[in-house]
Design a protein around this ligand. Sequence first.
Ligand SMILES: [Zn+2]
Length: 427
Amino acid sequence: MNCVRVLPLIAFAAYACSGPQETAPQSTPPQSNSPNAATQADAIDVAAVHDRVIALDTHVDIPFDFATDAADPLSGDMQVNLQKMRSGGLDAAFFIVYVGQTERTETNYEQAKADALTKFDAIHRMTDELYPELIEFAYSADDVTRIAAQGKLVATIGIENGYVIGNDLNLIDRYFELGARYMTLVHNGHNDVADSAQPRPQFGDSATEHGGISDFGAEVIRRMNAVGMMVDISHASKASALDAMALSRAPVIGSHSSVAGVAQHARNMDDETLLALRDNGGVVQIVAFESYLQTYPPERNEAVQNLQRRFGLNGPIDPSTLAEADADAYMRGMLEIESQWPKPGVAALVDHIDYAVNLIGIDHVGISSDFGGGGGIDGWSDATETMNITEELLQRGYSEADIAKLWSGNILRVWAEVSDVAANING
Ligand SMILES: [Zn+2]
């Protein structure tokens, strides 16, 4: 490594590029009379810590044309590609087979299955055909550790939305064979498996449909336990999440969720759910999703609406639809609003991590981006900036062992336990 980022404990963050053995950076003044004098031993080498841990992002969405010329996994214009993973030290990712909720009809179930298979194919095309020398598919938690130790990137798969199985439990086995190692039971809008945290009235959703997990959903969880697929409660309603934990014989995960104790949002987990997750042995992967990390005061929304009205607009708009002068003025207005009510950055993400760690312990918390699916914040806007999270964690006093758990140790432990439970069920 040529350029090592150095974080002195005492005073200044700085950059030094003289190799791993560099002396204390010049911007840290010597304080020989102070008992806290900054010496080389005080400096934490962020890059070295980051290199030693496996950084695993549990939620990276892909477009439908992933692994084609239009979306090249190596260098395509996405928040996560293999070059960005390499340069940012993101070692591993769950690439997501996401299919959005539509009306529940037989035709739509068939379409959802076809769409899911398109994404499974694309992810395997990346690992098996296009870039097998750079990235390898992990079918087990041990695979992740083994592949990363060889210096290769790691890919595995999570499904987002139990809708993709329609009414067919056998599809759980089929998707597992294709490498799916977790499945988010539900997305926006209730499905046949569970109630969602965010019902979709346009599909006829009322506040609740099943009151949590449906009878069919209980069978889904049973089958997931039996094949060794992690049950993911992100996007589930609170009742669904609590039901899932009561029903599952193995620990469950929240693959991309944040905490209501810091920001009140339907998608965030409240304390009761988090404590149940701890007791269940599971893990919540705190997500870098702007609107979950920080709720704005009504004044900000008012300011945005006033700005939009000034340009004769209703709701969120694409400034490119405005004439050039108006678009410039609109953008200036937005920047002003954002300077008054700043967008959440890495510190906000780590505030959620801190809260969860304080409440349920370091063994039950992890990290996810939701890149490609709306995720991304100031300071972690794509995979190249992954190390900023490690830097913030070090600054707040997390040890390397803690950071290793947050970045992958906990989710890999849960994954291995889920596999063991399946082996026991089948043994
Ligand atoms: Zn999601």
